[in-house]
Design a protein around this ligand. Structure first.
Ligand code: HEC
Length: 120
């Protein structure tokens, strides 16, 4: 039964890799994403590390969002899902408080890249 002891850590590692994979967006520019967030006013509703003002609280704090397994507690935190959510959350969750945001696809990808720098 020794092999179980050897195998267990490997299995556990494989699991945690799946629940929290590295989240990256090819070709996106996180710094540009931060500028977009400041321009369109995500901070009106969210505390966002890197955005000093405003720091609204009607939405959840985005601190540590890169390590969160879920978006808004109901969607898997995957790059493509996040890009959709930050542009048009109401089409995914009609009852959400997160509004449609006026972002191009590229802007949304940059914003998502910035959000994926926000580790705890
Ligand atoms: C009018 C207020 C408002 C604005 C402006 C706003 N949000 Fe939100 N946001 C919310 C609310 C409320 C939620 C919670 C939604 C839910 O739980 O369904 C949310 C949820 C989120 C989430 C999921 C957070 C989590 O903990 O899972 C992300 C990511 C997010 N918003 C990003 C953004 C970005 C990026 C912008 C700017 C482009 C933005 N929000 C602008 C209100 C806002």
């Amino acid at each position: 039964m020794k092999w179980i002891a050897l195998l267990l850590p490997i299995l556990l590692c494989a699991c945690s890799d799946k629940t929290n994979p590295p989240r990256t967006i090819a070709g996106a520019d996180a710094d540009a994403g931060l500028e977009v967030m400041q321009r369109v006013g995500c901070g009106a509703c969210h505390v966002i590390p890197g955005v000093d003002w405003p720091q609204g609280v009607s939405g959840p704090s985005l601190k540590g969002f890169a390590d969160s397994p879920m978006i808004a507690g109901r969607f898997p935190n995957r790059p493509a899902v996040l890009v959709d959510f930050i542009t048009d959350a109401p089409s995914m969750a009609p009852d959400t408080g997160m509004p449609v945001m006026p972002l191009t696809q590229d802007e949304a990808r940059n914003v998502a890249a910035y959000l994926y720098t926000l580790h705890e």
